[in-house]
Design a protein around this ligand. Sequence first.
Ligand code: COA
Length: 334
Amino acid sequence: MSTNNKINASITGVGMYVPEKILDNAYFESIVNTNSEWIVSRTGIRERRIIENGATSDLATGALKDLMEKHNLQADEIDVIIVATVTPDMFFPATACLVQDNIKAKNAWGFDLSAACSGFLFAFQTGCSLIESGRYKKVVVIGADKMSAISDYTDRNTCILFGDAASAVLLEPTFDTSIGFQDSLLHIDGQGKDVLYMKGGGSLNPATHETVDKKMHYIYQDGKPVFKAAVVGMADISFEVMQKNNLTGDDIAYLVPHQANLRIIDATAKRMGIGNDKVMINIDKYGNTTAATIPLCLTEYYRDGKLKKGDKLILSAFGAGYTWGATYLVWGMD
Ligand code: COA
């Protein structure tokens, strides 16, 4: 065990919530001009989950309650709740406030963080910094999105891609600096604003009959340029964080990639020199759940007994903004 006076932030609990309702590829064949073979070969997605009654705060609360039950965490022990989301229940109050009230975390403060598909990585870095500062002992980071709320189910280019889910991690301090958060490289580039956005409803285009008629309250994506930028962005940043920390493909237990497209994930793994057996995948079951994908992978693989203490992980994401980044984390739970 390496120790010094430095405090590291380590994951000490995980939780998840996925709604029961499944939309499979056959369903999309019945509503838009598509076919399952195209969807699977171009994206890797077979199914996604959709919440029928509820909002992002319900997904997030479900994930946090799951974490609290499984890891014996009491609501009043929580210092901070950070919710990464692009589908908050409302502009304000923050979804974090709604989650705090749902579980009665009476000693917590918190906020929402908007970084689209990189939201979890950005929130994770923020949460780790709060722990490392020495001021907070229990920080909850939740990735939660109800993408069905902003998906146009007449647009085959986008509706097949997204699903609803939430997942949460608990961060706590450790003096064992060989585990927990080690490093991250994060970026934003507003040049991406023209190819992936939801333009309606904000201060630029407040909601009017016209914004509704023009379908401005849905996701718009120009898939090709986003795909190209994501392949390069995710692969390069993952490789860069490995190099910076003197890691080779052999050192890595898992790549934990944002689940937007299996082809983007494959390109990233290839660039890192790691085999498919060391890549966490659940895009086939859930599609792109935006801020939830990475913690959802961590939770499922941990619960399946596939993660062990000391495993070196590279978390990697790319999303709207553009936003992107990669995080080097050493798993700290048995
Ligand atoms: N079913 C059948 N055909 C479809 C389709 C669907 N669901 N969606 C699009 N197509 C069509 C297009 O209309 C296009 O037809 P055209 O050539 O006649 O115009 C054709 O398939 C090819 O489209 P293209 O954009 O080249 O497909 P693609 O291989 O790039 O795959 C995406 C499309 C959306 C899967 C891919 O671009 C992608 O994953 N983009 C990035 C997503 C991402 O990472 N986002 C960032 C985080 S959210």
